[in-house]
Design a protein around this ligand. Structure first.
Ligand SMILES: NC(=O)c1ccc[n+]([C@@H]2O[C@H](COP(=O)([O-])OP(=O)(O)OC[C@H]3O[C@@H](n4cnc5c(N)ncnc54)[C@H](OP(=O)(O)O)[C@@H]3O)[C@@H](O)[C@H]2O)c1
Length: 255
């Protein structure tokens, strides 16, 4: 559905959310494959530590909730490289929330990070990709965006919005020769999931998640989801009538 990528050598990849977890693993995998990689996140110390001794790495700190900082990072990268071949928007956060603990301030900051943050990135990146008429953008959503789940009262809707967003982006950008990748991980062992107090089914290492992402992009897939033994179960559940869907989610989660 997207152009295949057979060789990463010299490719210019901007990973937003590269200081820890899935983004960090992905950025390092791409460096290992020969790409030039810009590492972005808020924590400059973590970015400097993770890129220390890494060839072809560029550090471009930003806060996705601050459009100007994303713009400044984008300008720095384009000035350095002359263009961008792939942007991966990985930055995001999770907060556990249920209806009986609804917190409007926390809901708004989750929306600022997971949704408005992505729009801030689009505002900077789309003009570059459209001017080039080439390149691609991948956005990390989550299987939590497929359908309502307990404990994901705000996280889930932000990720559902990103799934919808990537579909619209694909329709608009594919005809212009620009790749769009919707990336939906299952559970990955990162700082984001470290606080979970339940057994996470099919938990993956970030390095394995990164490999799934990069392989999917190489193959030109639009919908990249992993691990399949977990994500396909949720995709199937989504097709069920609501009565069965709710029964199944209650049964599996105990919530
Ligand atoms: N782990 C999972 O099981 C899982 C499952 C499905 C989807 N996901 C999604 O995968 C993405 C990465 O998650 P992860 O598990 O790798 O979590 P993580 O280790 O906590 O990584 C999050 C990354 O986003 C950056 N970030 C957070 N707030 C930011 C901000 N305001 N501006 C710029 N960067 C910011 C963090 O760096 P700084 O703190 O330095 O800014 C970090 O690099 C998220 O979108 C998450 O929703 C994760």
């Amino acid at each position: 559905m997207n152009p295949r990528i057979s060789d990463w050598a010299g490719k210019r990849v901007w990973v937003i959310g590269a200081s820890t977890g899935i983004g960090q693993a992905c950025a390092h995998l791409l460096v290992d494959l020969g790409a030039r990689v810009a590492f972005s996140a808020r924590s400059i110390d973590k970015l400097l530590a993770t890129t220390s001794g890494t060839p072809r790495a560029l550090v471009a700190p930003l806060d996705v909730t601050d459009r100007d900082s994303v713009g400044a990072a984008g300008e720095k990268i384009v000035a350095e490289w002359g263009g961008i071949d792939l942007v991966l928007v990985v930055a995001g956060g999770y907060n556990e929330m249920r209806a009986d603990s609804f917190d409007l301030a926390a809901a708004n900051s989750m929306i600022d990070l997971n949704l408005r943050g992505v729009f801030n990135c689009l505002d900077v990146v789309l003009p570059v990709l459209l001017r080039q008429g080439a390149g691609g953008i991948g956005i990390v959503s989550s299987v939590a965006g497929y359908g309502g789940l307990p404990k994901a009262l705000v996280y889930g809707p932000t990720k559902a919005a990103l799934i919808n967003l990537t579909e619209s982006l694909y329709l608009d950008l594919h005809p212009k020769g620009i790749g769009v990748y919707q990336i939906n991980p299952g559970f990955v062992e990162t700082p984001l999931t470290a606080g979970n107090d339940f057994k996470m089914p099919a938990l993956m290492k970030p390095e394995d998640a990164a490999l799934e992402m990069v392989t999917g992009i190489e193959k030109g897939q639009f919908h990249i989801h992993f691990p399949k033994r977990f994500t396909n179960g949720l995709r199937f559940a989504r097709l069920l009538p609501y009565r069965l869907y709710f029964w199944m989610i209650h049964k599996v989660t105990g919530l």
